[in-house]
Design a protein around this ligand. Sequence first.
Ligand SMILES: Nc1ncnc2c1ncn2[C@@H]1O[C@H](COP(=O)(O)OP(=O)(O)OP(=O)(O)O)[C@@H](O)[C@H]1O
Length: 266
Amino acid sequence: MERVISFKDVSWRRDGQNILSEINWEVKTNEHWAILGLNGSGKTSLLNIVTGYHFSTTGNVTVLGNEFGKTNLPNLRKKIGYVSSSLEKFSQLLEQETVEEVVVSGKFASFGIYEEVTDEDWKKADSLLTALRLDYINGKTFNKLSQGEKRRVLIARALMCDPQILILDEPCTGLDVFSREEVLGVMNDIVQKHCHLLYVTHHIEEISDVITHVLLLRDGQIVASGPKQEVLTGESLSEAYKMPVNVHWEEDRPWLTIQQKKFSLS
Ligand SMILES: Nc1ncnc2c1ncn2[C@@H]1O[C@H](COP(=O)(O)OP(=O)(O)OP(=O)(O)O)[C@@H](O)[C@H]1O
């Protein structure tokens, strides 16, 4: 399959307002995208269309070869993993579960295990914990983990059903620099599992070498999209962030600075 996601002239209207306008976007095989934009620029709305929780008002959406309107959404959603920063609100439900139980529950898309778990499932959960460098917490309950460990367990949980697309929605929010680098470091392992990453962030320095492409949104419209080196320029980001900024690269990672002389809060 050449195209993983295709948006053609997609708009999404709510309360008489265009939340997304004329989105033309394609994710191809072996591409991994970061989605950037200010608060309210439309990132979550776009992802809700990818997962079939919103229907576009106009335009055509195809995800993993399924054209929306003609497809079985529950089946499609099984192929899409979603790790949201707000998922941790729900993680209270998982507090007393062991990390292995939390990971296995991803197979059933439930919080808690209400179906039969096979030996193979437990083995798979163990190997995912190993892939996410979490062997050392085997047997611990979820409530005893650090924020960074919890995030990685939730990523392992999302991988339990072999998603073809993995959405990581601000996975490093609230993490210290060390924990953030640990989360970023496991992305290579995820890519080796042949799933396509959609990585939402407010911090361009989280765009590690695994990410190949960037979609830049402003007020529900695309400012720029394409290979990251072409999109992550001072010019495009200044337009998206509505303030003058510079980008510099260090070892294939971008960093943002604000042009202080031209920017004032007053
Ligand atoms: N169901 C809805 N009904 C009406 N307006 C909505 C709805 N969902 C989102 N919006 C509006 O659409 C705009 C884009 O919201 P969205 O959550 O997609 O932005 P975002 O880029 O994900 O923001 P953030 O970075 O804060 O998470 C906002 O102005 C929001 O208020």
